[in-house]
Design a protein around this ligand. Sequence first.
Ligand SMILES: [Zn+2]
Length: 64
Amino acid sequence: MGCGFVYDELMGQHERGIFPGTVWEDLPGSWTCTNCGARKSRFTPLLLEEYLTLCMGMHLDDRR
Ligand SMILES: [Zn+2]
């Protein structure tokens, strides 16, 4: 299961050098989940009124 980390485009990730307002598509392909290290491809967009992207996936089985 995913770790539940949510990327908020309005917030960005200051500690990672991601400015507020950076949309998900503009994150580098090398970006990984801050919580569990899952790849960007493991995130699933939440189709809500806000543009949030939730970390979901079988992270524990994805280590290579
Ligand atoms: Zn994660």
